[in-house]
Ligand binder design. Structure first.
Ligand code: NAD
Ligand code: TYD
Length: 340
C-alpha cells in the first residue's frame, strides 16, 4: 500500500513513520510536512534514504501542491497527523489553528474525492469531548459522548471531525477517526508538559505547574497510539470513530513529582503559576471499542513508559538542545512571563 502521512516530522507522526517504515518494507510512506516550529527532520534521520520513504515539504492547505502530489503518487490511504497542537498557543492566537486544523483537512479530503482513496484517516483527540469532573471517576469519554470543546485548539479539532463525518455521509468518502488521550514519549516538543518538565528539571529551573496541579490527563505512550492508528487504518470500519487510551489517569502534580523523583531533583523546583484560561479538569478515555473490535491493547504502563521517556531525553540531548536555543527561548519568556 502507498500511504500519505501528513505531519510526519512532528511528535506522533514522526514516531509513526519511524515504526512503520521499518516494520512494513512492503508499504511506501510519503511524508508531507510544512516543518513548522514543531516539525524536525532530525527525528527522521534513521529512515531517510530508505526506498519505501519519501519526504515532501509543504502545507496541507496548499491545494495545488496537494493535488499534484495525489496525481503523482496514487495513494491508497491518507493519515492526517498535521495540525497546530498546543492549547496555550491556540489561546494566544487561534487563527492558524482554524486554518491548518480545519481548512487543511478539507483540502486533503477534496483531493481524496478527486483522485480516489481507500481510506482517509483523521488523527483526532480526546479534547473534542471537553472535560469530565474530578469527583466522578466512573465517567469516561465514549465515542458517542457529545462534542464539547473548550479551547480554540479543541474546537478546531472537533470541527475537523464533524467535517470528516460529513464527507463520509454526503460524498461516501471512506473515512475513520481516532481520538486519543495525551501522548508522551521520545521526540515530543518541549512546550508540552512532560518534556518541558524533564528539560527544565535537568537545568534546575523552576517547573511551572498551572493552578494547583490537580488537573488530570490520561497518558498513553506514543508507540501504543501509533499501533492503534495503524490497526484502525487497515482494519477499522468506514465512517467509524475509535477512542484510544490506556487507563493511565494522573494529576499534573503526580506527573511532575514522578519526573523529579526519577531525576533525583527536589520538589522545591515546583512553582505554581496562574492557571490556563478554560483549563479542562479531567480527560479519561473508554477504549473498549478498539479493544473489542480490533484487539488493540497498549503495551506500556505509565510507570515504565515515563522511565523510558526520561531516559530518552537524558540520552538524546543533541535532539532537544537545538530546539531549546533561539526561538524557543523567546517562546518561553513570552508564554510564561505573565503567569508568575
Ligand atoms: P506536533 O505539534 O508535534 O506535530 C505537528 C506536525 O504537523 C509538525 O511536524 C508540523 O510541522 C506539521 N504541520 C503543522 N501544520 C502543518 C501544515 N499546515 N501542513 C503540513 N504540516 C503541518 O503534533 P503531535 O503531538 O505529533 O500531534 C499529531 C496529531 O495528533 C495532531 O493532529 C494532534 O491533534 C493529535 N493528537 C495529539 C495528542 C498529543 O498528546 N500530542 C493526543 C491526541 C491527538
Ligand atoms: P499539555 O502538555 O499542554 O497538553 P494538553 O493541554 O493538550 O492536555 O498540558 C498537559 C497538562 O499539563 C494540562 O493540564 C496543562 C498542564 N501544564 C502545566 O501545568 N504547566 C505547563 O507548563 C504546561 C505546558 C502544561
Amino acid at each position: 500500500m502507498k500511504f500519505l502521512v501528513t505531519g510526519g516530522a512532528g511528535f506522533i507522526g514522526g514516531n509513526f513513520i519511524l515504526e512503520m517504515v521499518r516494520t512494513h518494507p512492503e508499504d511506501t510512506y510519503v511524508n508531507l510536512d510544512k516543518l513548522t516550529y514543531a516539525g524536525s527532520l532530525e527525528t527522521l534521520k534513521e529512515v531517510e534514504g530508505r526506498p519505501n520513504y519519501r519526504f515532501v515539504k509543504g502545507d496541507i492547505c496548499d491545494r495545488d501542491l496537494v493535488e499534484q502530489l495525489f496525481a503523482e503518487e496514487h495513494f491508497d490511504a491518507v493519515i492526517n497527523f498535521a495540525a497546530e497542537t498546543h492549547v496555550d498557543r491556540s489561546i494566544e492566537d487561534p487563527h492558524l489553528f482554524l486554518k491548518t486544523n480545519i481548512i487543511g483537512v478539507q483540502v486533503l479530503m477534496d483531493a481524496c474525492r478527486k483522485y480516489g482513496i481507500g481510506r482517509y484517516h483523521q488523527v483526532s483527540t480526546d479534547e473534542v469531548y471537553g472535560d469530565l469532573p474530578l469527583d466522578r471517576p466512573d465517567l469516561l469519554f465514549r465515542e458517542d459522548t457529545p462534542l464539547h470543546a473548550s479551547s480554540p485548539y479543541s474546537a478546531s479539532k472537533a470541527s475537523a471531525d464533524l467535517l470528516v463525518l460529513a464527507y463520509h455521509r454526503t460524498y461516501g468518502l471512506p473515512v475513520t477517526i481516532s481520538r486519543c488521550s495525551n501522548n508522551y514519549g521520545p521526540y515530543q516538543f518541549p512546550e508540552k508538559l512532560i518534556p518541558l518538565m524533564i528539560i527544565r528539571a535537568l537545568h534546575d529551573e523552576s517547573l511551572p505547574v498551572y493552578g494547583k496541579g490537580q488537573n488530570v490527563r490520561d497518558w498513553l505512550y506514543v508507540t501504543d497510539h501509533c499501533e492503534a492508528i495503524d490497526l484502525v487504518v487497515r482494519k477499522g470500519r468506514d465512517g467509524e470513530i475509535y477512542n484510544i487510551g490506556g487507563h493511565n489517569e494522573k494529576s499534573n502534580l503526580e506527573v511532575v513529582r514522578t519526573i523529579l523523583a526519577q531525576l533525583h531533583k527536589p520538589e522545591s523546583l515546583i512553582h505554581f503559576v496562574k492557571d490556563r484560561p478554560g483549563h479542562d479538569l479531567r480527560y479519561a478515555m473508554d477504549p473498549g471499542k478498539i479493544e473489542r473490535e480490533l484487539g488493540w491493547r497498549p503495551k506500556h504502563a505509565f510507570a515504565e513508559g515515563i522511565q523510558e521517556t526520561v531516559r530518552w531525553y537524558l540520552t538524546h540531548e543533541d535532539w532537544w538542545q537545538n530546539i531549546i536555543s533561539g526561538a524557543y527561548q523567546t517562546y518561553y519568556e513570552r508564554m510564561y512571563k505573565d503567569r508568575t
